[in-house]
Design a protein around this ligand. Structure first.
Ligand SMILES: [Zn+2]
Length: 331
């Protein structure tokens, strides 16, 4: 069985890394352990004040002393640290100089997710994104294979539709965000997908959401956007196309044609899209055909340039970073 190297940004590690196949973990986080973390992370009170990566390493070493660690107590979004972060993805594998097998994103903000996305697009590194909404009643995981599936910059981030009235959830004096179980469920789903991906069994999900209010788990996959603003994403898409074209052609197995029912359509039944025309107009770029229960974190207002044939718009959405960050906070 192959050995595995995982790189985790933001420390959310369930106590599941007992599997001896996981031999090297690289952890990145700049926070310190605080007593407020005790309700939902696996830190212990005596670790308060330690860096989260250091505390995580201690705890995990006690579980499996055979695992190798590299821990970095820094913010990956600063220029210098970002270069070092890229270097460790490329060279931090179990065998020195080899890339890691997988990058896991367990962060809580847009900027850090974009930094990971930028690095992974440039390096062609497969990664998994994860997140829990601020009110802690929904979450998601997403597998991103540069060039093959939509990256984090291809479209507004996908989130799980909660279908709840905020007023019924938020009550005075009640801290709704302290629900630790949603985080545990999403972490478990993430690890399950990691095992399926690395050990090659079952169906690996490209996107799996969790709606805690209705116990609903929507899934989907999304192709990359040919007009993605990240040029390395576009480059990876071209390389993926070449790779697919070079594959030996598979024999097409003829399938029996299915009998078409209701061809006459005497009743005039039409299929109606669940997305309203108005919602379609509100969004620019590719509007994915999203299954029930998944929505985008925000829509980007349609721009005049979009109407130009072949125009590859590189202008931003007109929203300030603060506005986007505020919206992302609700993820
Ligand atoms: Zn992209």
């Amino acid at each position: 069985m192959k050995s595995c190297d995982l790189l985790i940004e933001g420390v959310t590690i369930p106590l599941k890394w007992r599997c001896p196949q996981f031999l090297k973990l690289l952890l990145f986080d700049y926070d310190k352990v605080e007593l407020a973390n005790m309700n939902r992370l696996f830190f212990q009170p005596h670790q308060a004040g330690l860096s989260k990566v250091q505390a995580a390493e201690h705890t995990l070493r006690n579980i499996n002393p055979d695992v190798h660690f590299e821990v970095y107590n820094y913010n990956i979004t600063t220029v210098d640290n970002f270069q070092h972060f890229m270097d460790r993805i490329s060279n931090g594998g179990l065998e020195s100089g080899k890339p890691v097998d997988l990058v896991l994103s367990c962060v809580d903000n847009f900027e850090a997710r974009m930094a990971i996305n930028t690095a992974c697009n440039e390096l062609g590194q497969t990664w998994m994104e994860s997140g829990v909404s601020e009110n802690a009643v929904s979450g998601h995981i997403q597998l991103i294979i540069p060039g093959e599936s939509a990256c984090f910059a291809c479209a507004p981030p996908l989130v799980v539709a909660e279908n709840i009235d905020e007023k019924t959830l938020k009550r005075e004096g009640v801290c709704a965000a302290s629900l630790p179980t949603t985080m545990g469920v999403v972490a478990g789903i993430l690890v399950q997908n990691v095992l399926k991906f690395l050990l090659n069994f079952g169906t690996v999900s490209f996107y799996l959401g969790y709606n805690a209010m209705q116990d609903f788990f929507p899934t989907m996959s999304m192709k990359p956007n040919p007009q993605c603003e990240d040029r390395n994403c576009r480059k990876q898409q071209e390389e993926y196309k070449k790779k697919i074209a070079a594959l030996p052609k598979q024999e097409v197995v003829e399938q029996e044609e299915e009998e078409i029912l209701h061809e006459d359509n005497d009743w005039g039944i039409e299929l109606v899209s669940e997305i309203s025309e108005e919602e379609l107009k509100d969004a620019s770029g590719p509007v994915p055909d999203l299954p029930e229960g998944i929505t985008v974190a925000y829509t980007v207002p349609r721009k005049a340039e979009d109407a130009l044939p072949g125009g590859e718009s590189v202008e931003d959405s007109g929203e300030s970073l603060e506005e986007l960050m505020a919206k992302m906070k609700n993820m």
